[in-house]
Ligand binder design. Sequence first.
Ligand SMILES: Cc1cc2nc3c(=O)[nH]c(=O)nc-3n(C[C@H](O)[C@H](O)[C@H](O)COP(=O)(O)OP(=O)(O)OC[C@H]3O[C@@H](n4cnc5c(N)ncnc54)[C@H](O)[C@@H]3O)c2cc1C
Length: 267
Amino acid sequence: MTDNEFHIVVLIKPVPDMEKVRFDVEKGVVDRSSAPLEINPFDLNALEAAVQIKEKLGGEVTAVSMAPPAAESVLRDAIARGADRAVLLTDRRFAGADTLATSYALASAIRKLGRFNLIICGEKTVDGDTGQVGPEVAEMLGIPHIAYVTEIREVTKEKLLVVSELGAPYLMELKLPGLITVTKDVNKPRLPTLKDKLKARKAKVEVWSADDLADVADVSRFGFSGSPTQVVKVLVPPMKKRRSQIFKGEDAVDKLIEALEMEGLLR
Ligand SMILES: Cc1cc2nc3c(=O)[nH]c(=O)nc-3n(C[C@H](O)[C@H](O)[C@H](O)COP(=O)(O)OP(=O)(O)OC[C@H]3O[C@@H](n4cnc5c(N)ncnc54)[C@H](O)[C@@H]3O)c2cc1C
């Protein structure tokens, strides 16, 4: 990539398929081995936005993830969907990271990549669901950001004109380099073709350890040691089962009223 080329970084979190994942009630954690990893759904929109901008302005899209080694397949999927380069941060020293330590590791990786014009994240993840990582990465890199982008109206190499759904819809301008987080409304992610999938199978996913970031970061700020928040206990909320009752016959309405009164639903 030359110095003039537009460089977009997309942050992609590999998450377990939420339809299949099980919860380990005894340990109070999500059993991540119980379901295959996939691209966080909102990050599909982030990647699609990046690829559409690349198609307009030229340049390169780099996908970056911090996750266990099994996430390599997720980054291959990102390549099949249009990323040119993929970097996986994986190391035991990244484990136990809260959102601050996660953002620090991702921001350090972006620093290590060198020049960038735009960073795109999903608005949130389907497992952690905090929506904190995007804005935190922007703060750490000292660049402006706009969250909850639902529409990208204009894009040039200098700025973006976007609609952000921060409560009410706002039309906002972002000077680049900058970061946006996008919602599901921003676009409809394309499906990779068989040819794209086959090409991605052979593509190289770069794997970086904590030591690989030592020249741009303080490694003690990664993972558990860099996490000021601690999970004390995780509880699974009790599932309330739905009940159904069918009332038949001429007195069905009276019985229904009686049942509703007994539940305290009529006054
Ligand atoms: C004390 C503590 C300990 C934890 N320990 C662990 C642990 O041992 N193992 C573990 O898996 N999780 C752990 N977590 C959860 C972990 O901190 C979150 O998964 C992570 O910070 C991302 O937060 P989120 O899912 O809310 O992302 P959000 O802020 O909701 O994500 C917004 C966007 O940021 C980007 N993004 C977020 N995470 C990543 C990522 N990892 N790679 C690339 N892009 C990303 C994506 O674009 C995403 O759409 C821990 C959390 C806490 C508080």
